[in-house]
Write a protein that binds this ligand. Sequence first.
Ligand code: C2E
Ligand code: MG
Ligand code: MG
Length: 568
Amino acid sequence: MKKILVIEDEAPLRNNLAMMLRVEGYQVLSAENGQVGLDVARAEQPDLILSDVMMPVLDGHGVLRALREKPETASIPFVFLTALADRSDFRTGMNLGADDYLVKPFSRNEVLETVQARLHRQESLTQVYQEQVREAEEKAQYYLYHDPVTGLPNLMSLRENFAEVLENALGMGVGVAVVAIRPDRLDAILANLPAEEAAGLFRSLAERLGQASGEGMLTRPRYDQLLALIPSATPDATAARVLESAAQPLHVGSREIYLSCSIGVACYPEDGTDIDTLARHASLAADESILLGGNCWRRFCADKHLPRTGRIELETALLRALERDEFVLYYQPQVSLKEGRVVGMEALIRWQSPERGFVSPGEFIPAAEESGLIAPLGEWVLRSACRQAQAWRAQGYTDLRMGVNLSGRQFTHSDITALLADALAESGLPPEWLELEVTESVLMRDLDQGNAILTRLREMGVKVSLDDFGTGYSSLSYLKKLPLDTLKIDQSFVRNVHTSKQATAMVSAIARMGRDLNLHLIAEGVESPEELAILRQEDCDEIQGFYFSKPLPAPAFLELLRSGKRLG
Ligand code: C2E
Ligand code: MG
Ligand code: MG
């Protein structure tokens, strides 16, 4: 039953109106002045108000103004009853938001028609409003479960639908491959695309991968990653298929874009039984693909991708070791093949822990990288090495180059140039006698950024070498673009280079290419005269390895210099 409030100070008119409306089946509330009317309206939320204008305590305009101010009463239809057929009075009422006017004296029909028309209009408005609310809810529901750019399901729907995908797969007698797909160099690509096309890029990649994932489900759980759930008995083949499919050119607007992806795969049930674990593990495997230079896939491997237990203890011990000065630098000579004498050395860090004994850098450098401790540690190495080199210069050894390793984080995440400038200034070492070693894997993470940093370092006058070259990260075409001074051929190539034609051919090719690019060549890990002979034959510039000397503590290194030891 619709509820109508009549506010009128003249009792006969008020009662008359009330009776008239009750007869028509309305519920009627009445009030004898504006203030009472306002209180009743607020308490009862009527469907319609009929109100006089001129009243004691609070007039009709005052009532309307107060009602429109509060959201819960703002939309109640409001009709003025007035004897004043005065135009200015009409204007005031309409400006305040009145819906209609009934001019006294009014007939029964006029009143009922006005009331019905207002109630009807209010009903349609309410319907429109409810429709809008429903649409808004639907949209919210959609966005809660979908990625707005691609329309793909998001992590939330993935969680809700995983059981279903799994059931399907088990029904087919296979497992589920969870494949994380991350476009390589995404930021650089997006930076060069207008916003609409950036969205288009993901849409067409999603379309393409949707086809590759067949029976499965493709989702976009985060901005830079798609995740496919694919029922599969052969996850490796599935990953390879996805990789290949991602590598086909994408058509976005009028452009053709070549994209490669870094892919990680985790499998149900071996690598996890719930979707969050599987997604995380797939993502960790994709991280490794990125480190490998992208455009490849990796299976999740707990040993490799999960932090080892004891890591926390190791990190704590490292922090203490730094405070307690337990690190020392050893120096390994680098010998010129032409001159036969020591022309440089590489600083290699050593940790002599009272509790753990000797800990190899291969073990604690990764832990230091992950924990961020590499920053103070790397700074200590750089400053100490510069100081040592300058100290030896002061003793007359003025033509020795000092090599210092830079870790990935040091290279990309810190202001290496500021630290470098400071270390050089503090030690007095001329920059041309310092050579920073960066590994391929670090450079390949972001070639443009790597390039920019290398350029800045060389502008400061220091030399830069590419460490561990040949360990499978960089393609030769990349190498050509990098501003480098030196190539350090990795020991895996050097080891037993004399024993197979293939190994010899490989070193020979690298050496030829290095010469071609005007790079200085250092062979690492030379252990035998046979290896040395081949490197001589290939016109390598320098060797570093146990054959000539192991890394030595500073006093022993000075001894070696004093002895004038030469390569036989
Ligand atoms: P790297 O820069 O490639 O250093 C060469 C490694 O090969 C050193 O291992 C060295 O002792 C070893 N080596 C040299 N000649 C021979 C040889 O004839 N035979 C064999 N089997 N090995 C040889 P080390 O000192 O254990 O260092 C391992 C890696 O740890 C280094 O590889 C480098 O990547 C990292 N590292 C060492 N010191 C530092 C440092 O101060 N900072 C950073 N960021 N990394 C460091
Ligand atoms: Mg090195
Ligand atoms: Mg190396």
